[in-house]
Design a protein around this ligand. Structure first.
Ligand code: NAP
Length: 262
């Protein structure tokens, strides 16, 4: 009989949740999903889950040992570079195998008017000085950066209603949780007279609607490129990750993912 393995999924993405759902009834695998705790009520998943930081690399090492984790899946948001770096370091220190479930970045298509930048600070600069109506699709954590440009009107979409006044003087808040659809995002931009969109290059399908909507309306998009994360093996589909967790090599897993297209 094969021993059960315990898998830690570092989450915060739709893909992490899909993987957790796929593993809920998997024979031989006990999965636990870890959330950073960035939203007030993370969506329920059918596997045990925990919330909050581990306490840096030392804390994660302790957790991996205490919970007897056999494998780690890094299915964090592509901009959660700190967590991904910590996972690489802690897994190396404990010899726990790690594979990332990493979605491809969005690529500009015909009709896109992207201004690509490397940092949030560059995104703030790219918004310019002439007052504009800006759809700020970057999440709650980075709003402070735009305080430097108070002349713009900002449309901000957040998962949770803000508990405190936002730092931006001229702002409209929409509270909604993705995935979003193109017609809805297009209507939102038209309703609020958006002239420019600011987005992180998250990739995947849950947040792409605003990019397609901007394209269809001919709006420019200030697109923040992904931060650097340390090199680690990665697959790009849930099917490929399931193949790796079932005992395949990452190479075999990639082929399995490509064949099943999940
Ligand atoms: P981060 O900068 O990589 O992580 C900061 C710290 O948060 C980590 O060192 C870790 O704390 C904790 N953490 C992050 N992910 C965790 C997880 N899955 N489980 C347990 N602890 C976790 O990530 P971030 O501060 O959450 O966000 C960075 C960027 O990613 C932002 O642009 C944000 O908008 C975007 N983003 C993140 C999420 C998310 O769920 N985290 C979702 C959507 C977008 P310890 O060092 O104490 O372990």
């Amino acid at each position: 009989m094969t021993a059960r393995q315990k898998v830690l999924i570092l989450g915060g993405t739709t893909e992490a949740r899909r993987l957790a759902e796929a593993l809920a009834n998997a024979p031989e695998i006990d999965a636990v999903l870890s959330y950073a705790g960035r939203t007030e009520s993370p969506l329920a998943v059918p596997v045990p889950w925990r919330v909050g930081g581990f306490g840096g690399v030392p804390g994660l090492i302790d957790y991996l040992r205490a919970e007897k984790i056999d494998r780690v899946v890094d299915a964090t948001h592509p901009f959660a570079a700190q967590m991904s770096g910590n996972a690489v370091a802690a897994c190396a220190a404990t010899s726990v195998p790690l594979v990332a479930l990493e979605r491809a970045p969005w690529r500009p298509e015909a009709g896109d008017r992207w201004i690509e930048v490397d940092t949030l600070e560059e995104a703030v600069a790219a918004v310019g000085d002439v007052p504009r109506r800006v759809f700020l699709g970057i999440g709650r954590l980075h709003l402070d950066a735009f305080v430097k440009k108070p002349q713009h009107h900002y449309l901000v979409r957040l998962v949770d209603a803000p508990r405190e006044k936002l730092p931006l003087p001229n702002v409209t808040v929409v509270v909604a949780r993705g995935p979003f659809d193109v017609d809805g995002d297009r209507a939102l931009m038209v309703e609020h007279g958006s002239e420019l969109v600011v987005s992180k290059n998250a990739g995947g399908t849950a947040a792409v609607a605003k990019i397609i909507a901007a394209r269809s309306l001919g709006l420019p998009v200030v697109m923040v490129r992904r931060p650097h994360v340390p090199k680690r093996p990665a697959v790009d589909t849930v099917a490929a990750m399931l193949a790796w967790l079932a005992g395949g090599s990452v190479h075999d897993a990639l082929s399995a993912g490509a064949e099943r297209g999940v």
